[in-house]
Design a protein around this ligand. Structure first.
Ligand SMILES: Cc1cc2nc3c(=O)[nH]c(=O)nc-3n(C[C@H](O)[C@H](O)[C@H](O)COP(=O)(O)OP(=O)(O)OC[C@H]3O[C@@H](n4cnc5c(N)ncnc54)[C@H](O)[C@@H]3O)c2cc1C
Length: 432
């Protein structure tokens, strides 16, 4: 079996690329369905994005339009209503835009630390320092640092500054207004977002898949990658072989290196230094309607295992049966940290109790429970990330094998950037 372009992995990167490449293209995907991190689970009338809540937004308006248009009539717009649960209070997100919701003491410590910040003007070298310089002691120690410690499962002093451009930074006037109780909206960038009406976020992958003219093989585990003359040969765990002129890998780089015996040593050495987080998501359905309009609630409290809870009905009312509600709690974990090893039953019991403590679930009304795990969730941007990822990409590029997507390129990107890069690669391969 031979094709011009073979794509490893059927997440949004692989499927979007295949959709641009005519019929001489094959995609091979480990699982029985395509979707990858954009997977949506529909079970017992409940629908949720398995890796965590996904919304459609992008700085690239052309790509966003392409994704929205791909859904035809199956898309609507929603407004974000995010909160932070802090000492039993619901504070509007971002934290510094709702300081008046804190107790007077906490509010004072936050606004005082923000205005009389002895570290202002310093040049930060890590995420923790950046927080002290940007927000001052109160906001940093009450919210920003504990929250980031939880979501990254990593010491914020060892995290770099590459993703701080994503973090909302409000003007001084807004923080002052928020402290004395004048409402401000803050982070407007994702205030409105698009989402499929039916089928969850995976509907976007399905929409691109409908445009693929080549073959998509599912249940096909890549077990070996090797050179084949000027091209490549890929073998599945059942011994099936496909050779190709051009090989594009969208599977996680650590998985690729494990099945590519001739991979450059420099790539292996660099990948060994790149850290990623795994995800455990605990989904709880309840036999009672939703009592609030929150999209998601962020929880910096270190005593509570999850860092965020989201509510799929805020994305589409069709995500739960009439009269029911659904909540998804996200936990960042790593193999060996004890949390990743927790059995599903232990997690369900702990998370149900934590959700009840935050006031978001009534344990007596639980009607559906599910735990999902993803080994590859977030690439961690530690202080050495850029050096290692550059060495990795250069070593792989020198072989001619092409990398595309979040964990293939080891880049903290969302699906819009995956599509943007897939289109660019499609144009390049189309020319070749
Ligand atoms: C918690 C969370 C929230 C997010 N929120 C958003 C959001 O709001 N909006 C947004 O746009 N994006 C969001 N993202 C990002 C988005 O999910 C990713 O950028 C995107 O899904 C990555 O797609 P990909 O195709 O590059 O990789 P993947 O989806 O990881 O695809 C790789 C594929 O390779 C397959 N594979 C692995 N090993 C093998 C093998 N040996 N053989 C064959 N196949 C294999 C996998 O099964 C998978 O299908 C979020 C991600 C997370 C984790």
């Amino acid at each position: 079996m031979h094709c011009r372009v073979l794509i490893l992995g059927g997440g949004i990167s692989g499927i979007a690329l295949a959709s641009t490449l005519g019929d001489d293209v094959e995609v091979v995907e480990l699982f029985e369905r395509t979707g990858g991190l954009c997977e949506t689970v529909s079970e017992n009338g409940f629908t949720f994005d398995a890796a965590g809540p996904h919304i459609m937004f992008s700085k690239n308006k052309a790509v966003l339009k392409l994704m929205v248009d791909a859904l035809g009539a199956n898309v609507h717009q929603k407004r974000r209503e995010n909160k932070i649960w802090f000492k039993g209070r619901m504070v509007r997100y971002p934290f510094e835009n709702d300081l008046a919701a804190l107790s007077p003491e906490d509010n004072f410590e936050c606004i005082h630390g923000y205005l009389a910040n002895p570290r202002q003007g310093e040049t930060p070298t890590n995420l923790a320092e950046w927080s002290y310089v940007t927000f001052g002691k109160g906001i940093s120690e009450k919210y920003f640092i504990p929250y980031n410690q939880k979501i990254w499962n990593y010491d914020p002093e060892k995290l770099g500054l590459e993703f701080v451009s994503r973090i909302p930074k409000p003007p001084l006037e807004d923080v002052l207004r928020s402290s004395i109780g004048i409402p401000t909206e803050g982070y407007l960038h994702q205030l409105f977002f698009s989402y499929p009406i039916e089928g969850g976020f995976e509907a976007i992958v399905d929409a691109f898949r409908a445009r693929v003219r080549g073959r998509v093989r599912t249940g096909w585990r890549v077990a070996k990658v090797e050179r084949d003359g000027a091209g490549w040969r890929v073998t599945s765990d059942r011994g099936e072989q496909i050779s190709c002129d051009t090989l594009v890998s969208t599977i996680p780089i650590h998985e690729l290196l494990a099945v590519w015996p001739e991979a450059p040593e420099a790539a292996r050495a660099a990948a060994a230094e790149l850290h990623y987080n795994s995800l455990i998501n605990v989904v709880i359905g309840s036999a009672e309607p939703r009592a609030h309009d929150y999209t998601a609630v962020y929880v910096p409290d270190p005593d509570i295992l999850f860092h965020r809870v989201s509510f799929p009905q805020a994305f589409s009312e069709r995500c739960a049966p009439e009269g029911s509600s659904i909540a998804m709690a996200e936990i960042t974990a790593n193999e060996g940290d004890g949390v990743w090893e927790l059995a599903d039953e232990a997690l369900l019991a702990r998370i149900t109790a934590d959700l009840a403590r935050v006031g978001l679930v009534d344990a007596a009304k639980v009607s559906y429970r599910r735990v999902v795990r993803f080994r590859y969730g977030y690439p961690v941007y530690d202080l050495e990330y850029r050096r290692h990822v550059t060495a990795l990409r250069e070593a792989v590029a020198a072989t001619g094998l092409k990398l595309l997507g979040r964990f293939a390129q080891f880049d903290y990107i969302n699906s819009d950037v995956c599509v943007e890069r897939a289109l660019a690669m499609g144009a390049e391969l189309g020319r070749g």
